[in-house]
Design a protein around this ligand. Structure first.
Ligand code: ZN
Length: 76
């Protein structure tokens, strides 16, 4: 199982998404900064964190788990 680093976005409504997969935590922190700049312009501000996530879990969230609220998903 391949493990990656990704940016976790927690939305005010309680759901979360993962984006910007990276191979190492330094790259993931840079991605987080870019995501923060992007969302800073809009009215919606997700809470951002860097998490360790399996490639499989990341793909699941991208394809089938829109609006995921499961409590056992990767946390920082
Ligand atoms: Zn989830």
């Amino acid at each position: 199982m391949r493990l990656l680093w990704a940016v976790r976005m927690d939305w005010p409504a309680g759901d979360h998404e993962f984006c910007c997969p990276s191979a190492d935590p330094e790259a993931a922190e840079k991605e987080l900064a870019g995501v923060a700049r992007y969302w800073a312009r809009g009215p919606m501000r997700p809470r951002l964190s860097v998490v360790r996530i399996s490639e499989r879990d990341l793909n699941l969230h991208t394809r089938a788990r829109k609006g995921c609220r499961a409590p056992d998903c990767p946390l920082p």
